[in-house]
Design a protein around this ligand. Structure first.
Ligand code: NAD
Length: 267
């Protein structure tokens, strides 16, 4: 694929301080996008901005603090993208949490369930809502051949499609809902040229999962189910998100792109 695939585009990436968000920030900037880096951990987002600005001085990376589980904060982040960069073309609703608590139907506390849903599901809903409103304001750019009003990518997970024996019920339910919600939003907004897709990572070597599978035994048990026999790298998901963000996926909406080392095809 050629470089400059996101030239003159503006992208907002949530969870930009670590893992998939960090790698996507670097990759999107490399392809020419100005990037607004959103994280609840401002220091982490600023670290990412520093890396991006050093590597790619031809674009701008700006870090802002926002908790995606608070509607006003995600709205303010989208407003900042419009104010600082003039428009919004790409929204990557990627931030998510996996609570370390014993999370099965019998033990899950309601407050953990609610927290997980607020960040992983409502956060994505609000991210889509304010991105769609912003993308509707984008002038129709005839130079782009296949006009797209914008591309929204939501991070789901392999657990949205298959059952995992490690109890993480609230997390799994939230990701299944992200998948269903994205599909429906894709149908509603298809005729406006706003595309919505999910990327579903398999188990990755990022803090989110490594903190959860916190012993060698737990990690080995997960590896048994992985056809490729290894955990994925965050950058491998970022590459898929870049494809969905760019016009190279211009005829794709409502799709779930699985990047999971073969996990969801395995028996
Ligand atoms: P990570 O822990 O490396 O990074 C997550 C980032 O999100 C952190 O910088 C964190 O500060 C930020 N964040 C957390 N809560 C937030 C909030 N309320 N508002 C704003 N930012 C917040 O995790 P990752 O592995 O890169 O995960 C990114 C996404 O990928 C998540 O949605 C996760 O559920 C999903 N995912 C991860 C895996 C995996 O194995 N790591 C597998 C499937 C799906």
């Amino acid at each position: 694929m050629s470089a400059g695939r996101l030239r003159n585009r503006v992208a907002l990436i949530t969870g930009a301080g670590s893992g998939i968000g960090l790698e996507s920030s670097i990759l999107f900037a490399q392809e020419g996008a100005n990037v607004l880096l959103v994280d609840v951990n401002l220091e982490a987002a600023e670290r990412t901005a520093k890396i991006v600005n050093q590597k790619h001085p031809n674009v701008r990376a700006l870090a802002v603090k926002a908790d995606v589980g608070i509607e006003a904060e995600i709205q303010a982040a989208v407003d900042t993208a419009k104010k600082e960069f003039g428009r919004l073309d790409i929204m990557f609703n990627n931030a998510g949490i996996m609570h370390p608590a014993d999370d099965n139907a019998l033990n899950t506390e309601e407050k953990i369930w609610d927290l997980t849903m607020r960040i992983n599901l409502k956060g994505v809903w609000w991210g889509c809502k304010y991105a769609i409103l912003a993308m509707r304001e984008n002038p129709n750019d005839e130079t782009r051949g296949l006009h797209t009003g914008g591309s929204i990518i939501n991070t789901a997970s392999f657990v949205a499609s298959v059952g995992a024996a490690t109890p993480q019920l609230a997390y799994t339910a939230s990701k299944g809902a992200v998948l269903a919600m994205t599909r429906e939003l894709a149908m509603i907004h298809a005729r406006e040229g706003i595309r919505l897709n999910t990327v579903s990572p398999g188990p990755l070597k990022t803090p989110l999962l490594m903190d959860f599978l916190n012993t060698a035994e737990k990690r080995d048990r997960r590896l048994v189910h992985l056809p490729m026999g290894r955990f994925g790298e965050a950058v491998e998901i970022a590459k898929a998100a870049l494809f969905l963000a760019s016009d190279e996926s211009s005829y794709m909406t409502g799709t779930d792109l699985k990047v999971d080392g073969g996990l969801t095809s395995a028996y």
